[in-house]
Design a protein. Structure first.
Length: 322
């Protein structure tokens, strides 16, 4: 529970913190190339088991690059599945309702990881993954699971990832924003390369009808029409009133304050440090303007312009930075 008293941390610090990972963020072994997608430690420890996951046509995988609106989209889909019932945002932690496919801790025994729990659940599962299209479990494609892909402009994604790296207690990150920016530009970032990730889904939009596309910025500007279209895609159409409930409960100030949505359990267990930043930190667009130097902005613009010319990005609508 949050604590606002003067001189006290906003959130209680766990009595016992987990030890740092043996492989830290700055270790060359932190990222492992898996089918053209860089998976971070310790998540790559689950990949053999992820490969054997048997998806169902009734499943809904949320697919995204990290820090592009994944948690927001997870909550929206939970709300759609509950037909706008407000209670669904308070009765259990979001990460239990929509687990991270390859989430694990090194100490977790087989049987207790997210992939193990998902395998035991009946069809109709909602879960999320940051794996690129070609790295997904083959059954997700074969089964025709209803994939939902969300992207975000890369500048705000970089800023969001930089802040998220700072609150992860176990990874030992001690870099700056420029280092994170360079990791994107040099195509050596977790679950990247960034443009490879987007292109892996976008280039298959004609051959795979089971991908819903939207951007973080589109959701911010046009929440009701986007969510209405998403609900129809999932075969669960909603009324205006039901969508309004979902909009209210996932609006960022309320989202941030709801400990069932904001991954507060990870703070309680010592994995995240909410006294630096909460998991749901800002939720706005244009954060990069307060964080980027002119030099950073110039090199990111050149990188983006170059990559948008790739053939597999043909007809991609581009990015919104405001």
């Amino acid at each position: 529970m949050a604590n606002e008293l003067n001189g006290s941390p906003r959130y209680p610090i766990p009595e016992k913190l987990p030890k740092p990972y043996d492989i830290s963020y700055h270790d060359p072994k932190f990222l492992k190339n898996y089918k053209g997608c860089f998976v971070e430690y310790p998540k790559y420890l689950t990949l053999d088991d992820v490969e054997t996951f048997e998806a169902s046509p009734l499943d809904t995988p949320v697919c995204s690059f990290p820090k592009t609106g994944t948690t927001w989209m997870n909550a929206i889909i939970v709300g759609i599945n509950a037909k706008g019932d407000r209670n669904c945002f308070y009765d259990a932690p979001l990460e239990m309702k929509s687990p991270f496919l390859c989430r694990c801790e090194p100490e977790q025994p087989v049987g207790t990881r997210a992939i193990d729990i998902l395998k035991k659940k009946p069809p109709g599962r909602t879960f999320f993954t940051h794996l690129a299209y070609q790295a997904l479990p083959e059954s997700i494609i074969r089964a025709g699971a209803k994939k939902v892909y969300i992207w975000r402009n890369p500048k705000d994604t970089m800023v969001a990832l930089y802040h998220f790296l700072q609150i992860q207690r176990r990874i030992g990150f001690h870099g700056d924003l420029n280092e994170v920016v360079d990791s994107f530009i040099n195509d050596h970032v977790e679950f990247g390369p960034f443009f490879d990730h987007i292109a892996s889904f976008w280039s298959r939009r004609h051959e795979d009808p089971n991908i819903f596309f939207c951007s973080f910025e589109q959701l911010k500007k046009n929440f009701e029409p986007v969510v209405s279209r998403l609900a129809e895609y999932l075969g669960k159409p909603l009324t205006h009133e039901q969508i309004q409930v979902i909009k209210e409960e996932t609006d960022f100030p309320k989202f941030q304050a709801n400990l069932m949505l904001n991954k507060y359990k990870a703070h309680e267990l010592g994995f995240l440090d909410f006294n630096k930043f909460p998991f749901i930190r800002d939720g706005g667009t244009g954060q990069w303007k307060k964080s980027f130097t002119p030099e950073m902005n110039k090199k990111v613009d050149a990188w983006v312009e170059k990559n948008l010319q790739r053939p597999e990005m043909k007809d991609f609508p581009g990015f919104e930075y405001e």
